[in-house]
Ligand binder design. Structure first.
Ligand code: CMC
Length: 389
C-alpha cells in the first residue's frame, strides 16, 4: 500500500489546484478570481460576485441581466416541497431543514447534469441559486408558522430574500435600501473561502459524481457546526450571555484561556488566518454603520468591542495569533436587520452558495478523481471468531 502520512484536519495537505480564491493567512489577504475582497465588497453586487466566482470573469451588463433573468425563470419551487417542510416540527433548527430540503430538490430534478454541456450547467447553476434562496427563507417561515412566500420576479435577488422572509399577507412590505446594501455586502464577504470544511465537503461529495443539490446539501450540514459557520449563532449567544451576566468580559476571556474548560471564544481564531481576517475588518465597520443608520443602539456591540480589545491585548490570544474572524461581528448586523439568531448560519449558507457551486463546477471540469483518503489501521490483528452470546 505504500507509505501513508497522516495529517489530521488536513492542516498541511492540499486537496486540489484551484483558480477561484486566493488567501494569504499571514498577511490577511483574500481575493476572488484576483479581485480584492475590499474592492468587491465596496463596488460589486452579490450576483455580480456570484457570476465572477462561478464563471471566472466579471459579467458584462448583458451577461448579468441574463444570469438574473435565468434565476427568476427557475424561482418557483415545486408545491410538493411544502409537504416535506410540513413533516418537520416547528422547533427544528433551520439548518437541518435547509440541508434536508436542498437534498429533497433532487427528487424534483432527478436528471443528472451533463457537466460538459455548457447550457445544462448554466441552467443547473441558475436553478440552484434560485431555489436555494427560496427554501432557505421557507425554513424561517415554517418556524414562525407563517404562510410560505414566493420569489417576486420584479425584485432583485437580495431584496427578494428580505421579502421572502418578512412579507406577510396582512400588508405590504418594503425592505429598506440600507438593509439590502448591508446584506449584499455580507453575502459577498461570505461567498467563497477556498478549501474550508463545507467547501471541501461539497467537492468531496461531488467527486463521486453526486449531483449539485446533493453536494450542496452536504455543504450545508458541514457549515452548521459551531467550529465553522455555526460560530455566528454561537457568537451572538455568547455575547448575550455576557450581557446578561453583567458584561464581565474578563470572566469569559479567562474561561476561554482555561484548558480545563471546553469554552472557546466564539468568533476568534482561524485555521488559515494568523492575522486579522480581512472580512472581519470590513464587517466590523459595516456593523457600526448599519447600527448608526438604522438608529439601533445595541449593548451587544459594546460588549463585542470590549471583548475584542481585551483579547487582542492578551498574551494567550497574541501568542496563538487568535484574531476575530468573519463570524465575530456579522451576527450583530443580522440582529439589527431583524434576522433571528437561529437563521444566522442560514445567512452564511446563502452567501457561500456561489462558492460551493464554483468549486463543484471546477472540480468536475478539472475531472478530479473521486476523493478517497487512506488511513493507518490501529485496530486488532486477526482474531478467531468466538461468540460472546
Ligand atoms: N478560544 C480560545 N482558544 C482558542 C480559540 C478560541 N476561539 N481558537 C483556538 N484556540 C487555541 C486552541 O485551544 C489551541 O491552543 P493550544 O495550542 O494551547 O492547544 C490553539 O489556539 C490553536 O487552535 P486549534 O484548535 O489547534 O486551531 P484550528 O486551526 O484547529 O481551529 C478554529 C481553528 C476556527 C476551529 C478555532 O480557532 C475555533 O474553534 N474558533 C472558535 C470557533 C469559530 O469562531 N469558528 C469560525 C471560524 S471562521 C469562519 C468559518 O469557518 O465559519
Amino acid at each position: 500500500t505504500g507509505f501513508i502520512t497522516i495529517d489530521p484536519g488536513y492542516k498541511n495537505s492540499g486537496s486540489c489546484k484551484s483558480e477561484i480564491t486566493f488567501l494569504d493567512g499571514e498577511l490577511g489577504i483574500l481575493r476572488y478570481r484576483g479581485y480584492s475582497i475590499e474592492d468587491l465588497a465596496e463596488k460589486a453586487s452579490f450576483l455580480e460576485v456570484s457570476y465572477l466566482l462561478i464563471f471566472g470573469e466579471l459579467p458584462t451588463t448583458a451577461e448579468l441581466e441574463n444570469f438574473e433573468n435565468n434565476i427568476k425563470k427557475h424561482s418557483l419551487v415545486n408545491e410538493e416541497m411544502k409537504n416535506i417542510i410540513d413533516g418537520f416540527p416547528k422547533t427544528a433548527h433551520p439548518m437541518g431543514v435547509l440541508s434536508a430540503l436542498t437534498s429533497a430538490l433532487t427528487a424534483f430534478n432527478p436528471k443528472a447534469v451533463n457537466v460538459d454541456n455548457e447550457k445544462e450547467m448554466y441552467e443547473a447553476i441558475c436553478k440552484t441559486m434560485a431555489k436555494f434562496l427560496v427554501i432557505a427563507t421557507w425554513t424561517y417561515r415554517k418556524s414562525m408558522g407563517y404562510p410560505l412566500n414566493y420569489y417576486d420576479n420584479t425584485k432583485g435577488y437580495v431584496e427578494n430574500f428580505m421579502q421572502l422572509m418578512f412579507q406577510l399577507p396582512t400588508g405590504p412590505y418594503k425592505a429598506s435600501p440600507v438593509v439590502i446594501d448591508a446584506l449584499d455586502k455580507l453575502f459577498i464577504l461570505h461567498a467563497d473561502h477556498e478549501q474550508n470544511c463545507s467547501t471541501s465537503t461539497v467537492r468531496m461529495v461531488g467527486s463521486s459524481h453526486a449531483g449539485l443539490f446533493a453536494s450542496i446539501s452536504s455543504g450545508v450540514s458541514a457549515l452548521w457546526g459551531p467550529l465553522h459557520g455555526g460560530a455566528n449563532q454561537a457568537v451572538l449567544e455568547m455575547l448575550e450571555e455576557i450581557n446578561k451576566d453583567g458584561g464581565d468580559t474578563d470572566k469569559f476571556l479567562a474561561k476561554a484561556k482555561d484548558k480545563n474548560d471546553p469554552f472557546r471564544l466564539m468568533g476568534f481564531g482561524h485555521r488559515v488566518y494568523k492575522n486579522f481576517d480581512p472580512r472581519a475588518k470590513i464587517i466590523k465597520k459595516a456593523a457600526q454603520e448599519v447600527l448608526e443608520t438604522l438608529g439601533v443602539e445595541d449593548p451587544i456591540l459594546d460588549i463585542a468591542r470590549k471583548l475584542e480589545t481585551a483579547a487582542l491585548e492578551d498574551e494567550y490570544f497574541k501568542s496563538r495569533n487568535l484574531y476575530p474572524n468573519v463570524d465575530f461581528y456579522s451576527g450583530i448586523i443580522y440582529r439589527a436587520l431583524g434576522i433571528p439568531t437561529d437563521m444566522f448560519t442560514v445567512m452564511f449558507a446563502i452567501g457561500r452558495l456561489p462558492g460551493w457551486i464554483a468549486q463543484w463546477k471546477e472540480m468536475r471540469e478539472n475531472k478530479e478523481p473521486i476523493g478517497r483518503p487512506r488511513q493507518i489501521y490501529t485496530g486488532h490483528a486477526l482474531r478467531e471468531f468466538k461468540s460472546n452470546k
